[in-house]
Unconditional design. Structure first.
Length: 369
């Protein structure tokens, strides 16, 4: 009897993988084209269980670029091998391979009606941390589960913070601010109407391309207008984001907007701290009950050098965790929630442009206002 081996798939395995996919699933099957793309992807772990040259099962994990998060995308076991412990062995091997790629957490979704799978995941240490209603084609709800596959000294207990998906490519700032305000006051409504209102109040007018994003002073003013204390941390005093545009006319307009925001913020007595905000300071703000927005560069996430607002949800000894309002076509909402970004990576991600702009906004509900 030959030993069972676990190995990464290659292009020669495509036909066997397609045959296995067809044998295991009636709907929501990966197409041959998709399977080929996953085999070639540097951000995927496609692991085979093989015995006597026959593919018995596979597991597919997607490693979220720029973060320490991985997601179990698919797990398939030959009908002839079910009930023999192969799924458990395969998942354990997947976790080992995924951890070697530097990921700290594995997430997955499973139907609430699939009790055998839920039991397997729980045996291996996965915890339920949420659910989706009407998630599958049959309208069944899905449980969201997570496991820490590389261990730290402290296991994080996440505060439940609702996530909001930005509805335009230029409203990450309003989306992040709405999540922050809702976390402070659950009566605040996260809606497209409010999202666009905030953008009109906080926009820089222009940006690298297309519509302008949002200025930290503008977002702080929008929060203050809605009954929240606001503080801005920024490491440069010059007008922001100018290097992203070439036109002298646009640069001049952006200078005017910056100075308007600055004057309004000073009039509203919004605290502006011209300093490099440290991870220690961010942790202290969270402990003091503030909700925090951070500006990051998306280069490590999608290869684009664009400024992008996210909400900081929590921190532990290894990572900062953020809600990212930008959902791309290959992602599920769970991929954008409580994203773990290693502390050693965040300093590079949170510095934008050649000027190394670093800025954050802290808000807290004003109970006296």
């Amino acid at each position: 009897m030959q030993e069972r081996i676990y190995r990464l798939a290659n292009k020669d395995d495509l036909n066997a993988l397609v045959d296995l996919e067809n044998a295991c699933f009636q709907t929501d099957k990966l197409s041959p084209r998709s399977m080929k793309r996953w085999i070639q992807s540097e951000h995927a772990v496609l692991l085979l269980a093989e015995e006597s040259g026959q593919v018995l099962g596979y597991g597919l994990v997607w490693c979220h670029r720029g973060t320490r998060l991985a997601r179990l995308y698919s797990l398939a076991v030959s009908p002839l091998m079910r009930g023999k412990g192969l799924a458990k062995e395969l998942l354990i091997q997947l976790e080992l391979h995924t951890a070697k790629k530097g990921r700290l957490y594995m997430r997955l979704e499973v139907s609430k009606s699939n009790q055998p799978a839920i039991s397997l995941y729980e045996q291996l240490g996965y915890r339920i941390f949420g659910e989706y209603s009407d998630y599958y084609d049959d309208h069944m709800d899905a449980l969201r589960m997570q496991k820490q596959i590389r261990h730290s000294k402290v296991e994080l207990e996440q505060k439940t913070i609702p996530w909001y998906q930005q509805t335009t490519e230029f409203t990450c700032g309003p989306a992040a601010l709405m999540m922050a305000m809702h976390s402070q006051n659950s009566a605040y409504e996260m809606s497209q109407m409010n999202e666009l209102d905030i953008w009109r109040e906080a926009t820089t007018i222009f940006m690298t391309s297309g519509h302008g994003g949002c200025h930290p002073f503008g977002l702080a003013l929008a929060a203050k207008k809605r009954g929240f204390e606001s503080s801005v941390f920024v490491n440069i005093q010059e007008p922001l984001f100018l290097e992203g545009v070439r036109s002298i006319k646009k640069k001049n307009i952006m200078r005017v907007v910056h100075n308007q925001f600055l004057t309004q913020a000073q009039d509203q007595k919004i605290n502006i701290a011209y300093e490099e905000i440290s991870q220690t300071r961010l942790q202290a703000l969270l402990e003091e009950g503030y909700a925090v927005l951070m500006l990051i560069s998306t280069y490590r996430l999608d290869g684009k050098k664009a400024p992008h607002w996210v909400m900081l949800t929590s921190m532990d000894e290894l990572c900062l965790y953020v809600h990212d309002p930008d959902l791309d076509t290959q992602q599920q909402p769970v991929d954008c929630q409580y994203l773990p970004i290693a502390k050693k990576d965040i300093d590079k991600m949170s510095a934008f442009g050649s000027g190394r702009l670093r800025t954050a906004i802290a808000i807290r509900r004003n109970l006296n206002g």
